[in-house]
Design a protein around this ligand. Structure first.
Ligand code: COA
Length: 195
C-alpha cells in the first residue's frame, strides 16, 4: 500500500500502515541486532503487526525497510539497510545480507509524451524466495524472479531470471556457477557441467 492510499484503505490496512510508520520512526533506527537484543525484539514485534504474515524468531536488522504486503517465514533474517518491496513471499530459514534490494515493481515507461515519473508503478510481479536461501550482500532481485530452495546468490549479483534449487548463482546478470548437491567425485559445491 502506498502512502496516498491511506484514506481509501480498509481499517485493517490502516492499522498495519500505522505500525509500519511507527517502526520507521522508532525501532528501525535502533542499534544493530547483534549489539542490542531489545532492538531486535522491537523490530520483530512491529514487523509482525505491519506485514501480511511474519514467522517466528525473525531478525529485521537496523535500517531494513519493507512493503506491507509481504510474507516472511520462520527464522528469517534481513541485514542492515536492505529493502523488500510489497509482493514478496519468503520461506523459512532465509538469510538476506545487508544492502540488498528486492523489487516487485517497475516504473511505467510505455509512453514518451509524459515523464515516467507521472506514469505510476506497474502491477507487482511477485518475487518468491523458497526455504533455506542465502542472498549475498548488495544483491538485487528484479520483479518476478523465483529463487529455488537452498540456493545461494553471490554478493553483488543482479538476479533477472529464476534460480534453480540448491545452486550457487553469481554476477550481473546472475548465472548458475555451481550446484550445492554433493558429488562423489568432487564433493560439496561442484561446478555445473556445461553442455
Ligand atoms: C557465492 C559465494 C558463496 C561462492 O563462494 P565459493 O563457492 O567459495 O565460490 P568460489 O570462490 O569457488 O567462486 C566460484 C566462481 O564464482 C565466482 N564468484 C564467486 N562469488 C562471486 C560473486 N559474488 N560475484 C561474481 N562472481 C563470483 C568466482 O570468481 C569463481 O569464478 P571462476 O570459476 O570463473 O574462477 C561467495 O563468493 C559470495 O558471494 N558470498 C557472499 C558473501 C556475503 O555476502 N556475505 C555477507 C554475509 S551476511
Amino acid at each position: 500500500m502506498k502512502r496516498m492510499d491511506f484514506f481509501h484503505a480498509s481499517p485493517y490496512q490502516r492499522i498495519r500502515f500505522l505500525f509500519r510508520t511507527l517502526y520507521s520512526f522508532g525501532p528501525k533506527q535502533l542499534p544493530m541486532s547483534e549489539y542490542c537484543a531489545a532492538a531486535r525484539i522491537l523490530r520483530g514485534w512491529f514487523t509482525k503487526k505491519a506485514i501480511l504474515k511474519c514467522g517466528k524468531q525473525v531478525n529485521i536488522d537496523q535500517g531494513a525497510r519493507y512493503g506491507l504486503d509481504i510474507i516472511l517465514g520462520d527464522y528469517f533474517s534481513i541485514g542492515k539497510d536492505s529493502f523488500v518491496q510489497s509482493g514478496t513471499y519468503i520461506g523459512n530459514h532465509v538469510m538476506i545480507a545487508p544492502d540488498c534490494g528486492i523489487y516487485t515493481m517497475n516504473h511505467g515507461f510505455q509512453r514518451t509524451d509524459i515523464p515516467m515519473r507521472k506514469q505510476g508503478l506497474t502491477k507487482p510481479k511477485p518475487v518468491i524466495i523458497e526455504d533455506d536461501v542465502w542472498i549475498g550482500t548488495k544483491t538485487i532481485l528484479l520483479p518476478g524472479v523465483h529463487i529455488g530452495k537452498g540456493a545461494i546468490i553471490g554478493a553483488g549479483s543482479v538476479v533477472t531470471k529464476n534460480i534453480p534449487p540448491y545452486t550457487i548463482a553469481v554476477g550481473n546478470p546472475a548465472v548458475v556457477k555451481k550446484s550445492r548437491i554433493a558429488s562423489k567425485k568432487t564433493g560439496f559445491g561442484r561446478k555445473v557441467e556445461k553442455d
